[in-house]
Design a protein around this ligand. Structure first.
Ligand code: HEC
Ligand code: HEC
Length: 285
């Protein structure tokens, strides 16, 4: 204690004077000041691990669920964009995605709980992951550090025919229908999200899942949980019966209602669903 006090007393005035002199220099040469600011900004920039391509994809995702991060959050979104060395969300994932069923009457999607997703790697190894109440599943990197790409996939009674070369998020290819996708690309199926350049949501037939592919009771969530079905079909010509919100509490990440205005009567506002469930503004016919 005493020692510290002494040192401060002895050296106190000198640094203060130096600091003042430095300040004077800065005031006299404003160019220096701006240069310093530039250097500081550059140092900050390079200290972040910025990958503009990945960052742009992350920035475009719907906001976090109202309930906050959990194994059920951000259903339908590309999990491994964030659960990776880049964004460092825990746990780091080898693979992750969301499984849905489509109601053939309403065409709405709903998450499927209790189905195994089987991933086969090119060394003949395979692992299974079980979907939760949001339809989400994932394998942690530590579960399967040496998964050899390309991979093949089975969900329930469905096999993906093509191979996965390197993409670790199902939603990297299986993108849901969002109002902007529907509005900008006429080939997008407003329910499944399938289009010229997307496989759409990963769908299974919940009534047709072999017993050995079940991990518990198969349960189809209510539409809107997990945000899939809650993404409006508003805008475009259909006008929207958009954005029926999810069940209170869960999901609804992608639940943005119909895009304003082209179609008939725009989507009725979705409440109920996730936090982002803002309904479409009414379209003028
Ligand atoms: C936009 C980034 C992002 C996306 C996309 C994302 N997550 Fe997360 N996730 C996070 C963050 C952030 C956390 C909080 C933990 C942390 O900060 O490390 C988290 C936490 C989790 C947790 C841990 C929860 C807990 O209670 O510890 C699980 C499990 C999880 N996410 C699963 C998923 C699944 C499955 C998907 C895809 C359907 C997904 N996440 C998509 C960012 C994301
Ligand atoms: C590289 C892009 C890509 C990735 C990543 C991907 N898929 Fe696919 N998937 C496709 C395409 C394209 C099809 C349609 C043609 C086919 O069956 O191969 C498809 C079809 C499927 C089917 C068959 C659907 C049906 O109607 O029978 C299932 C099941 C499936 N995928 C599950 C998954 C799961 C689960 C994941 C994540 C672990 C995943 N896919 C990741 C591109 C991808």
């Amino acid at each position: 204690m005493r020692k510290v006090k002494n040192i401060t007393a002895a050296t106190g005035p000198t640094p203060r004077r130096t600091a003042r002199r430095r300040l004077d220099l800065l005031r006299r040469w404003p160019v220096w000041r701006s240069l310093l600011v530039l250097f500081a900004a550059a140092a900050l920039w390079s200290s972040c691990r910025m990958d503009p391509v990945i960052q742009d994809q992350i920035d475009k995702l719907p906001p976090e669920d109202a309930a906050g991060p959990s194994a059920e959050h951000r259903a339908g979104q590309p999990c491994v964009l964030c659960h990776s060395t880049y964004e460092a969300a825990e746990p780091e994932m080898a693979i992750g995605g969301t499984i849905y069923a489509q109601d053939l009457n309403t065409l709405q999607l709903a998450p499927v709980e209790g189905v195994f997703v089987t991933i086969y790697d090119s060394n003949g190894a395979s692992q299974k992951a079980c979907t939760n109440s949001a339809g989400n599943f994932y394998l942690e990197t530590s579960d399967w550090p040496d998964a050899a790409f390309p991979l093949t996939i089975r969900v329930g009674n469905r096999f993906m025919r093509s191979l996965i070369g390197r993409e670790r998020s199902c939603a990297g290819c299986h993108t849901l229908a969002t109002p902007s996708r529907v509005a900008n690309d006429p080939t997008v199926d407003a329910s499944t999200g399938q289009s010229r350049d997307s496989a759409g949501a990963v769908l299974v037939d919940p009534d047709n899942i072999p017993p050995e592919e079940r991990c518990g009771k198969i349960q189809v969530g209510s539409p809107g949980t997990g945000g899939a079905a809650a993404s409006g079909t508003g805008g475009a010509d259909a006008g929207g019966a958009a954005a029926t919100g999810g069940a209170p509490g869960t999901g609804g990440a992608a639940a943005t209602g119909g895009a304003p205005g082209t179609g008939g009567s725009g989507g009725a506002g979705a409440t109920g669903g996730g936090q982002a469930a803002t309904g479409g503004t009414g379209g003028t016919p």
